[in-house]
Design a protein around this ligand. Structure first.
Ligand SMILES: C[S@@+](CC[C@H](N)C(=O)[O-])C[C@H]1O[C@@H](n2cnc3c(N)ncnc32)[C@H](O)[C@@H]1O
Length: 201
């Protein structure tokens, strides 16, 4: 597997080296929820990490499923659900290979794509497309990360999710892109994310 493997992510959680973790749900997720742009439905959160977004969605009445590659993240997410007294499920699986028994209405993609080596991105796109019903929505936060001289960082994770590359990856023939520009949201690591809602065709 090119790029970070399960052992890499497991070590990061075990050692508490999780600088991406906001310690709460993503601000753009809250904004979409508060604006009614995301309403209770069956939703997946790939690369759910500590599970803050999973808990928030459960709290708001969603049938939510977190998915993460490593046991340490799944344990954290399950513990967070239990501590909040919320129902919801967490599945330990590789998002590149996982296929749910029932399709999802929505996917909240919060820095899972940028955690995966770019040579595997087309597999990730294929998974999200397969998980969603036609007309289902992908709530995507595309990580924008820069190195010295404001050049996209070649190394990762996180891998820079350039918007032009996202237009190729999430091709118009398979995804309907919004007319509105992407929303820029600061990230704890000092970069920012671009928030967009795509519709699976
Ligand atoms: C940068 S962290 C983001 C965690 C969480 N979404 C957040 O924002 O706090 C990336 C997460 O993706 C998970 N991950 C990496 N590759 C994955 C894969 N192929 N399938 C599922 N999860 C993966 C990691 O274990 C980690 O929890």
């Amino acid at each position: 597997m090119p790029g970070p493997d399960a052992a890499f992510w497991q070590r990061r959680f075990e050692s508490g080296d999780t600088p991406w973790d906001r310690g709460g749900p993503g601000p753009q997720l809250l904004a979409w929820l508060d604006a009614g742009a995301l309403k209770p439905c069956r939703i997946a959160v790939p690369g759910c990490g500590s599970g803050w977004d999973v808990v928030e969605l459960a709290r708001r009445g969603f049938d939510v499923q977190g998915i993460d590659l490593v046991p340490a993240a799944c344990a954290r997410a399950m513990a967070a659900l239990q501590a909040a007294g919320m129902a919801g499920s967490v599945v330990q699986a590789d998002a590149l290979l996982y296929r749910p028994a029932h399709a999802f209405d929505a996917v909240y993609e919060q820095t899972c794509l940028c955690a995966i080596h770019p040579t595997l991105w087309s597999q990730y796109e294929a998974s999200l497309h397969a998980w969603l019903k036609p007309g289902g929505r992908l709530y995507a936060m595309f990580m924008q990360c820069w190195g010295p001289g404001e050049q996209a960082r070649p190394e990762g994770p996180p891998y820079h999710c350039d918007l032009a590359a996202m237009r190729v990856l999430f091709d118009d023939s398979r995804w309907l892109w919004p007319d509105a520009p992407a929303l820029q949201v600061p990230h704890p690591r000092g970069w920012h994310e671009l928030g967009l809602i795509l519709e699976r065709r």
